[in-house]
Design a protein around this ligand. Structure first.
Ligand SMILES: Nc1ncnc2c1ncn2[C@@H]1O[C@H](COP(=O)(O)OP(=O)(O)OP(=O)(O)O)[C@@H](O)[C@H]1O
Length: 209
């Protein structure tokens, strides 16, 4: 099967500081890979590279077989909207919108508004009762679950998660991560998950920086 994401020989430095070199990996639909390494090892940089958000120095990134180096930014940005879902350490929910409306934001951007889809995701994430609440009325874990629903809303092929549970306590972190992994698998999205917390992703194949 053609990989959703493939990296070949990726290398990156800031100034004189080499972060990584010769990184190669591939991820198929529904597969997950943990990106491990201490703070400052380059996890965020690697996620930005595979998202096409940083200029390439060494190596190539392929999205469903297509090299993204040199693709004009406007085209890449359009493609990114449906290809890529992003979850960050901070939820970045819009404070004036309810949970449901936040999940629908990518739908408005892409011209694909489907309230049934947003409801189904909130339900799968255990948030049906909270759909009409503003983010300030939600717990940290609930906010991150809304952010997961928003990232999945457009059915991305690839989900990039950068320390998505770092601001949560242990129990909430495990809960959010289990839901994120289960939903990604169910929807056939490839998942690349950066964390410094190895215990949290035990059992997942891992790439160490
Ligand atoms: N724009 C930049 N210019 C110079 N150095 C940078 C830049 N962005 C990041 N760095 C440096 O590169 C290193 C890797 O940063 P990066 O954010 O990729 O690491 P990380 O593993 O994601 O860390 P964390 O877990 O703390 O977020 C850090 O030492 C950082 O200071």
């Amino acid at each position: 099967m053609r990989p959703v994401l493939e990296a070949r020989g990726l290398g990156y430095s800031y100034g004189n500081g080499l972060l990584f070199r010769g990184l190669s990996f591939a991820l198929g639909p529904g597969e997950a890979l943990a990106l491990l390494g201490p703070s400052g090892s380059g996890k965020t940089t690697l996620l930005h590279l595979v998202a096409g958000l940083l200029p390439f120095q060494e190596g190539e990134v392929y999205w469903e077989g297509e090299a993204i180096r040199g693709v004009p930014e406007a085209r890449l940005a359009r493609r990114r909207l449906s290809f890529l879902g992003l979850v960050f350490q901070h939820h970045f929910l819009l404070p004036e919108l309810t949970a449901l409306e936040n999940v629908l934001v990518p739908g408005y951007l892409a011209g694909r508004v489907d309230r049934g889809r947003a409801w189904a995701l909130l339900e799968a994430l255990g948030l049906k009762e909270k759909a009409h609440l503003l983010p300030q009325r939600l717990s940290g874990g609930e906010r991150q679950r809304v952010a997961v629903a928003r990232a999945l809303y457009l059915r991305p092929r690839l989900l990039l998660a950068d320390e998505p549970t770092a601001s949560l306590d242990r129990r909430q972190a495990r809960e959010v991560l289990a839901l994120l992994r289960a939903l990604a698998r169910e929807e056939g999205a490839a998942l690349l998950l950066a964390t410094h917390d190895e215990a949290l992703v035990e059992g997942l194949p891992a790439l160490r920086l």
